[in-house]
Design a binder for this molecule. Structure first.
Ligand code: TXA
Ligand code: MG
Length: 338
């Protein structure tokens, strides 16, 4: 049985945090809010605990989990060394929506991170996540709290629907601020590469390191060695088919497509101006800026599934700032481009 506990982010009930922290210490699973998406947490040092994450999510064992820590000082317990670039990035962006990869010293078992040499570490910036990390004094491994391949949860209700009875405690701490997962960054031989775009954007990182670059994150369904194993799996997919609509004339393109394919049950996620132009269709404004689009995307995907929508047409958004991360998730969820 899953127990849902409500904790106010701005008025934290220490007894409830203690209850969740004891649950983690006992080797069980706790879903908790972070500023990016909800995480499904377990004690990263306890083999029986982190195994439960892979089972609950139906997650391939080679897809590495991110380890969450409460403070920068703790990192040295788990890594061989801390490159100077990592210190600079950490100073600027932690606690926050950024995951850095470090050479692991093996103290956290390698099964947690797909038997790789590097371990992804993040210090989240959410009062509930930080309270849980502090109270438990544990490294908490936590992927997004969704069944593998599905959109990440940005509200407790998403987790309750998706993982009910597979998790011991779900902490309801309200909506996640950003709504997309953290930026994953690799540092190898002084070279900084973004493996997964997020709220800490390429532009923000290039202000510190002008040569930082974005890895190619195109969908790969092969077993070919990829920088980040998560990249080769289908991701973020609602049950509805997602169709990306690019360029101008979106009304015409969607009209043609739906007529040709005899589709009636669909919704269009678009900008406020496009919504005005296509009043005759079922539309939903994804956001009036890229931040709002990020915040809403997964929530809207999940809502469309709840409403048994068959097709979601998503208007392309500008690839600037967090818009790059939004487009990355849409591109990986899509089945077609118009
Ligand atoms: O915002 C987030 O990062 C959320 C919250 C809960 O912190 N977590 C999250 O975890 O999104 P997850 O497991 O859903 O996505 C983590 C992805 C993996 O699929 C993998 O591609 C990459 O991050 N990753 C993690 N550790 C890695 C490693 N050691 N090497 C390469 N890629 C890694
Ligand atoms: Mg995930």
């Amino acid at each position: 049985m899953t127990k849902v506990i409500r904790i106010e982010a701005n008025n934290i009930n220490k007894n409830l945090i203690k209850e969740a922290s004891n649950c983690l210490k006992a080797g069980n699973l706790v879903a908790f809010p972070t500023e990016t998406v909800y995480g499904l947490g377990a004690n990263a040092l306890d083999i029986n605990a982190y195994k439960k994450i892979f089972i609950a999510k139906n997650r391939p064992s080679d897809n590495p989990l991110i380890v969450h820590l409460g403070t920068f000082e703790e990192i040295s317990r788990y890594v061989k060394s801390i490159p100077s670039e990592a210190k600079t990035l950490a100073n600027k962006f932690w606690p926050g929506p950024m995951t850095l990869l470090f050479e692991s010293n093996g103290v956290i078992p390698r099964q947690v991170y797909g038997n790789l040499d590097k371990i992804g570490i993040r210090i989240p910036n959410h009062p509930i996540a930080l309270a849980l990390l502090k109270d438990s004094s544990l490294p908490i491994c936590a992927p997004s709290a969704n069944t593998s391949g599905r959109p990440s949860p940005t509200k407790a209700s998403h987790v309750i629907k998706d993982l009910n009875n597979k998790v011991d405690i779900i902490i309801d701490g309200g909506d996640c601020l950003f709504g997309l997962e953290s930026t994953v960054i690799d540092i190898t031989n002084n070279k900084i590469t973004i493996l997964r775009p997020g709220a800490i954007t390429l532009e923000m990182i290039q202000e510190l390191f002008p040569n930082a670059c974005q890895a190619n994150t195109q969908k790969k369904n092969s077993d070919k060695k990829v920088l980040s194993p998560g990249m080769k799996y289908l991701h973020y997919c609602p049950k509805a088919k997602v169709i990306l609509v690019t360029g101008n004339n979106i009304k015409y393109k969607i009209n043609e497509y739906t007529k040709t394919n005899n589709i009636n049950n669909f919704i269009v996620f678009c900008s406020p101006s496009s919504a005005k132009k296509i009043k005759n269709m079922n539309t939903k404004v994804l956001g009036s800026n890229v931040q709002e689009c990020a915040h809403n995307l997964f929530d809207f995907f999940i809502e469309a599934d709840d409403n048994h929508i068959e097709y979601i047409f998503v208007e392309e958004i500008e690839k600037i700032g967090i818009g790059r991360a939004v487009m990355n998730r849409i591109e990986r969820a899509k089945t077609e481009i118009l």
